[in-house]
Design a protein around this ligand. Structure first.
Ligand code: NAD
Ligand code: IPM
Ligand code: MN
Length: 369
């Protein structure tokens, strides 16, 4: 019997390259551990536009609805940048998130010991770092209306987006953050701009409400998002869990990525509401994009996507031991001195995407022996 349905959407650019390495690892689990999935493949983003004229077809959306987990590479690229907004690659990704109801995006930033010197920050600032950004993913300015570009009577134009949050949207993502904090450092920092935005005031009040009514014994503090960006590079280890809105979470997580050495290291899990059996819809993807500047060169770091698959094993398939194995294999390969270009350091061996993937499979072999 398989462990469940896994839909793989490699997407565009380096998305297809890093996903090839995940496939290698998936094959290894099937062959060596008897851990098998019912695999489906699909197109998303530019690849889907080229084949079907839309960034995500209804058929692929239906596959995602039926899957126990979706694994996505990355979408987008210069080839599709000048398309109308409604059919850009990125709209396909946003549709997946919205229609699957994936409101909680977990973006862990951990610094592997071997990469302490790969960060642009001083070693003592990042050594042992283990923080988690919980980004709200289906609301806020990404989806609020009114939105659009309109031409005014004088011929000039106006671009409009709207930041909206409701009580329930804030409370449900806050609960996810407190729940996870209870299993780690028991500290939540909520980040918004309550000093200039009404939606930020509501955010602060509702997160506080959830804390006071349901999670009194977790430490809660509030921090303006601009200060939070600064604190992340000044002293990131002060944080445990950060909970924030869709846009601030996007920005803060890219910043947090550099604490680990590279954007190519950061995985993510996007989760929906739990059903009666406690199962959640889920999509797993690296935090990085399609990296047009290095696409097609076998240079991309596949680790963010491999660690995203590890999160899928853990959160969607209850295979924590198997996930530990993959995390450990990544750690061992890094400790052994192999580096893709983005995390290259003096004295280390620079390897391609595929050699990194093969090496991680070999490390899995050793661990399982
Ligand atoms: P990007 O994340 O693709 O790249 C930013 C920089 O980081 C580039 O220099 C890139 O080479 C480097 N980088 C990223 N991932 C890497 C990896 N795995 N290994 C080594 N280096 C890596 O961001 P961008 O350039 O601003 O965006 C490019 C395209 O990707 C855009 O179309 C954007 O909309 C899209 N995008 C998609 C996603 C997604 O699918 N989830 C996320 C972010 C950006
Ligand atoms: C991310 C990306 C996406 C976002 C884009 C590609 C829609 O930057 O996943 O972080 O802004 O959420
Ligand atoms: Mn982003």
């Amino acid at each position: 019997a398989t462990k469940g349905k896994l839909l793989i959407l490699p997407g565009d650019g380096i998305g297809t390259e890093v996903m090839r390495e995940v496939r290698r690892v998936i094959d290894w689990y099937a062959k060596k551990r008897g851990v098998e999935f019912a695999l489906e493949d699909g197109l998303a983003g530019g690849a889907s536009i080229d084949a079907h004229g839309v960034p995500l077809t209804d058929a692929t959306m239906a596959l995602a609805q039926e899957a126990d987990a979706v694994l996505l590479g990355a979408v987008g690229g210069p080839k599709w940048d000048s398309l109308p907004f409604a059919v850009k690659p990125e709209r396909g990704l946003l549709r997946l998130r919205k229609e699957l109801g994936l409101f909680a995006n977990l973006r862990p930033a951990m610094c592997f010991d071997a990469l302490v010197d790969a960060s642009t920050l001083k070693p003592e600032i990042v050594r042992g770092l283990d923080i988690l950004i919980v980004r709200e993913l289906t609301g806020g300015v990404y989806f609020g209306t009114p939105r659009g570009i309109e031409t005014l009577p004088d011929g000039s134009r106006r671009g409009v987006n709207t930041q909206v949050y409701t009580t329930e949207e804030i409370r449900r993502v806050a609960r996810v953050a407190f729940d996870i904090a209870a299993k780690r450092g028991r500290k939540v920092t909520s980040s918004e701009k309550a000093n200039v935005m009404e939606s930020g005031i509501l955010w602060r009040e509702e997160v506080t409400w959830v804390h006071d009514h349901e999670f009194k014994d977790i430490e809660l503090s509030h921090m303006y998002a601009d200060n939070c960006a600064m604190q992340l590079v000044r002293n990131p280890k002060q944080f445990d869990v950060i909970v924030t809105d869709n846009l601030f979470g996007d920005i803060l997580s890219d910043a947090a990525a550099m604490l680990t050495g590279s954007l190519g290291m950061l995985p993510s899990a996007s989760l929906g509401a739990a059903d009666a059996k406690g199962k959640r819809k889920a999509m797993y993807e690296p935090v990085h994009g399609s990296a047009p500047d290095i696409a097609g060169k076998d240079m991309a770091n596949p680790i963010a996507t491999l660690l995203s698959f590890s999160m899928a094993l853990r959160y969607s398939f209850d295979l924590g031991t198997e996930a530990d194995l993959l995390d450990k294999a990544v750690e061992n390969v890094l400790a052994g001195g192999l580096r893709t270009g983005d995390i290259m350091q003096p004295g280390m061996a620079k390897v391609s995407t595929s050699v990194m993937g093969e090496s991680i499979v070999r490390a899995l072999d050793k661990l399982a022996a």
